[in-house]
Design a protein around this ligand. Structure first.
Ligand code: SAM
Length: 178
């Protein structure tokens, strides 16, 4: 099962940090790529490219001017999950979502999510019914979906790797890229 993320309604002037964090969370927690909609943002794309270049993995970032098209295309081949505080509690539906072997598109909103999104997806899923953030909702969703296996992922082709420390920071350069 391959998981991609669709970020709706990116606004370069207001959302640069949160969209960057969302995309980096998607990558760190096991998604293979993100598509973002809204306004195209070349600075965002460069930032993510630089991170992937340094820290490895086959993560893709694409822009689409049609979120509807991305959802329809993903829905024709797999399942589409929209994260929303108004959806069904994650703890009630995550087993069914995980048991479905089809590829997944996880949709997260921005400032205003069009009502149509709620109707055309397969699942509207809430990570608590409290308002928080697309970044926290996505991280918890992926962690529950992958049952923690994503924490042991290795990122092929990395130039940099953290050597975990009880205290302090140690980053080493990877020579073989494995
Ligand atoms: C800051 S919220 C804004 C939502 C906006 N008010 C709307 O029209 O739905 C941005 C995104 O965070 C995610 N989100 C926030 N709280 C959530 C929750 N409790 N469960 C799942 N997703 C959540 C949703 O994807 C939402 O679209």
């Amino acid at each position: 099962m391959v998981v991609r993320v669709l970020r709706l309604g990116h606004r370069p002037d207001r959302d640069k940090r949160v969209t960057t964090h969302l995309i980096l969370a998607a990558r760190a927690f096991g998604a293979v790529g993100t598509v973002y909609a809204g306004k195209r943002d070349l600075t965002l794309e460069e930032t993510v490219r630089d991170v992937v270049d340094d820290w490895g993995g086959d993560f893709s970032l694409e822009y689409s001017d049609s979120w509807r098209g991305v959802i329809r295309e993903a829905g024709s081949r797999g399942s589409v999950i929209h994260l929303s505080m108004y959806g069904l509690p994650i703890q009630d539906v995550i087993d069914s979502i995980r048991d479905d072997p089809l590829d997944k598109l996880v949709v997260v909103g921005g400032a205003k999510v069009p009502g149509e999104v709620y109707r055309i997806v397969d699942w509207n899923v809430a990570v608590t019914s409290q308002p928080h953030s697309e970044v926290s909702a996505l991280a918890v969703f992926l962690h529950e979906l992958f049952e923690g296996s994503e924490l042991d992922a290795s990122f092929k082709g990395a130039k940099l790797r953290v050597r975990p420390q009880a205290r302090g920071k140690l980053v080493e350069e990877v020579r073989d890229g494995v």
